[in-house]
Design a protein around this ligand. Structure first.
Ligand code: GLN
Ligand code: ZN
Length: 776
């Protein structure tokens, strides 16, 4: 135990965006990868960013010396940071270690991005967010050892600047719970079984942080809230009990804050952590309730996560205060105010958004505003609620203003939603639809198609940017896009694909494009949020009732259809995905908002049909991502998400073929929901799992059209004809030739033309061979 025990601060944030206010980290990291910036230059930029963050957080009222400023920088991903610190690098990258076994920045990046035949670490979504982490690979042989001093160096760097910061590290239970078995691990091996081997290295890491001057460390354990991981809640809670009794007992360590956001801790984990010999616990009170009293809280600080780390709305300080007050009732030594999660999920600063309507801006809080709100609550905890009454009231007034503002509630939209009945969600008998579509479309066996986008070339991006700057007129830009569409249509004709697409060159992003054309949304200028590594997205803000002022995609689809006799697919983004990749209003159930979006899409589908489009795809790649972490919440989610898709599509005539596209390989929990979408054709990511999903689909009795992706578009590799043929054979065999479609895994926008053309040629060739074999 440490001798001088600095108390935990009364307010803190669990993490801060690390990409830089103007995405400086992205530029530096990508310049480094391209060989334009050496390692030293990159380290310098990163150090400047960290310094700017500390300065900013101190300006906002967090203390320089009281450990309230988190040290949460990452060059790529926080899970990878922890894995590298404890030496959990897959064998295939072993050669990149230093002579002393250490893992430097280049090895760190190479594992993240892959090199030659050495595949990158897999990426997957972090809990129910749109952030992707790198999945650690851990096997029975993985040797854990302290392999990077980066965490300690950052603490020391801050100290040298006069700050005592609180390093943030993904905790041992979460690191293992999120890992997958390394190649060659025996069947049934669970990375969590390596906990006892890992803990001594964490103890060493804690000692190094203490030596560097840390008074407190934050160990993030969000795995303890999830019911969607391989390990059960009981196994995770057991692991937490073991981990924190051992780490807590370490003599040479900073004081430990265990933080678990994203949902409510399981009862078992809460009991285990309350009893563990650590000094502080942070819990999410925006997505969880105040837990019951538990043994062991007497000596601890409880950090109430009352400011939402994941959405952009200005927090209700009066409500936050009440929850902190309730938390005080549990008998802990101290209660502090905090964010529910790291602020890595929100942009930096509302003040940067000069183009945003000021009234809307006054309802928002990005990372800096959220930090200020935490500081206010902390002040109240120290000096009493009266001392912050003015700021609390201002927040309540903003909330009231938002509730009553025009556009937040639109009478016509509400009346339309209120009048919906069961028939509006039902397209009628599938077999009858299929017959009408067969008659209208006359497609061959194993029809070929793509998922929508074609490569977004430098030319396209440049034209868009020039249009944005006013260097291309609207008419010039439109002419450019038409040329692009004509080229893409001609290419598909030449390749011999059966159902064509226009290629989506007019879309910067499949959600933002719709947000820009719908009422009820606002877009930001600088609201970037890290998605993975150096990639960031700029989610739109869904603030009001949603409606469609005018048709969105119809002109493009009609133009594309005019160039070909083959069916042209109209391309829309589905309601669930639009919600998942935006910041969504938090003042009504998500399902209500989804139905409003669905009605706007329903009108778009009606207009596409009226204009002669016979195939319409409604993408829902985020259906799995929004699945709640708690099993008890999943049925209600599946109900409204499936319902909104059906509402969007059920107005289509029986002869109109409705497609959907989904892209993730864990279909287990949602397989019934996919069938319930009642699309005529579903294309699905399957190549990375070598078609495993085909078996699941076959077993589920799915009867409609299905296109298991036959090649992985995430890699530039061109699949051989035989390879595609083998996957097709499997699909045709296992699905008993129930309406199998042939398509890539996902959209082609991130690919180059060379590999795209070669891959699609092979796709068509493989299809032709299988067709011939089947008709022989
Ligand atoms: N239609 C989109 C595209 O092709 C689908 C992208 C996705 O599934 N993420 O780009
Ligand atoms: Zn996809």
């Amino acid at each position: 135990m440490t001798d001088s025990r600095t108390p935990f601060p009364h307010g803190t944030i669990l993490g801060y965006p690390r990409i830089g206010r103007r995405r400086e980290l992205k530029r530096a990291v990508e310049a480094h990868w391209a060989g334009r910036l050496d390692a030293e230059g990159l380290e310098r930029t990163a150090a400047e960013l960290r310094r700017a963050t500390r300065t900013r957080l101190a300006e906002l009222g967090l203390g320089r010396g009281d450990s309230s400023i988190p040290e949460s920088f990452s060059f790529y991903d926080q899970v990878h940071d922890a894995a590298v610190a404890v030496g959990a690098l897959p064998e295939r990258f072993a050669g990149l270690r230093g002579a002393d076994g250490s893992i430097g920045l280049d090895a760190y990046f190479t594992a993240a991005r892959g090199a030659g035949d050495d595949a990158a670490l897999e990426m997957t979504k972090w809990f129910d967010t749109n952030y992707h982490y790198l999945v650690p690979e851990i096997g029975p042989e993985t040797r854990f050892s302290l392999s990077s001093d980066r965490f300690a160096r950052q603490v020391a760097e801050a100290r040298a600047d006069g700050y005592t910061t609180r390093p943030v590290v993904v905790g041992p239970v979460t690191l293992l719970a999120l890992a997958k078995p390394a190649d060659g691990a025996p069947a049934g091996f669970a990375p969590l079984s390596r906990l006892d081997d890992l803990l001594p290295v964490y103890a060493e890491l804690l000692a190094s942080l203490r030596a560097a001057g840390a008074e407190w460390v934050q160990l993030d354990e969000p795995a303890l809230v999830s019911e969607s991981l391989a390990a059960s809640a009981e196994e995770l809670a057991d692991a937490a009990a073991r981990a924190y009794s051992l780490l807590g007992a370490a003599v040479d360590r900073p004081q430990v804050l265990v933080a678990a956001g994203y949902a409510q801790l399981s009862d078992a984990a809460w009991t285990a952590l309350a009893a563990a010999p650590v000094e502080a616990l942070a819990i999410d009170l925006t997505r969880g309730d105040v837990p019951p009293a538990a043994a062991g809280l007497e000596g601890k600080t409880l950090v109430g996560g009352v400011i939402d780390g994941r959405n952009v709305w200005r927090g209700d300080l009066a409500g936050a205060w009440d929850r902190l007050d309730a938390l005080r009732g549990l008998g802990a030594a101290q209660v502090s105010a905090g964010t529910s999660t790291s602020l890595q999920h929100v942009p930096h600063d509302v003040e940067d958004e000069s183009a945003l309507d000021p009234r809307l801006a006054s309802w928002l809080a990005f990372a800096d505003q959220k930090t200020a709100q935490v500081v206010t609550l902390a002040e109240g905890l120290v000096s009493g609620r009266d001392s912050i009454a003015e700021v609390v009231d201002a927040a309540s007034a903003a909330l009231a203003d938002r509730r009553g503002a025009p556009g937040v509630r639109d009478g016509d939209v509400r009346a339309r939603v209120a009048a919906l009945g069961a028939a509006d969600f039902d397209r009628g008998d599938y077999d009858a639809r299929a017959a009408a579509q067969d008659a209208q479309l006359a497609l061959p066996l194993l029809p070929t198609t793509t998922i929508g986008s074609f490569p977004q070339t430098g030319d396209i991006r440049r034209a868009r940017a020039r249009h944005g700057r006013g260097e291309l007129t609207g008419a010039e830009y439109e002419a450019f896009l038409r040329d692009e569409i004509a080229r893409v249509v001609a290419l598909q004709e030449d390749l011999g694909l059966d159902v064509l697409v226009h290629g989506e060159p007019e879309r910067n992003d499949m959600v933002q494009y719709f947000a820009e054309h719908l009422d009820g949304f606002a877009v930001t200028q600088h609201g970037w949020v890290q998605s993975y590594g150096s990639r960031a997205t700029r989610p739109s803000i869904l603030w009001g009732d949603v409606s469609r002022p005018a048709p969105i995609t119809v002109d493009w689809s009609v133009f594309a259809q005019s160039l070909t006799d083959k069916p042209m697919k109209g391309m829309l983004t589905g309601p669930v995905t639009i919600l998942a990749w935006s910041f969504v209003r938090d003042d009504q159930p998500l399902g209500d908002t989804a139905n409003q979006v669905a009605l706007a899409l329903r009108d778009e589908i009606a207009d596409l049909e009226a204009a002669g489009i016979r195939v319409i795809q409604v993408d829902e790649p985020a259906l799995r991502e929004l699945l709640p972490l708690k099993q008890a919440d999943q049925p209600a989610y599946l109900d409204w998400s499936v319902g909104s898709f059906r509402l969007a599509t059920a107005g289509a005539a029986p002869a109109t073929q409705v497609h959907t596209h989904l892209c993730y390989s864990e279909f287990d929990v949602v397989i019934d929901a996919i069938a319930a979408l009642d699309a005529d054709v579903t294309s699905i990511e399957a190549a990375r799992s070598r078609g495993e999903v085909i078996g699941d689909i076959a077993a589920s009795g799915f009867a409609a059209g299905i296109g298991p992706g036959v090649y992985d578009i995430h890699s530039p590799r061109v699949p051989a004809v035989a390879e595609i043929g083998a996957l097709l054979d499997r699909a045709v065999g296992e699905l008993a030739l129930r309406r199998v479609w042939v398509n890539p895994d996902c959209g082609l926008k991130t690919r180059g033309y060379d590999e795209t053309v070669a891959s699609l040629r092979n796709l068509v060739a493989a299809t032709t061979q299988v067709r011939e074999r089947l008709s022989a």
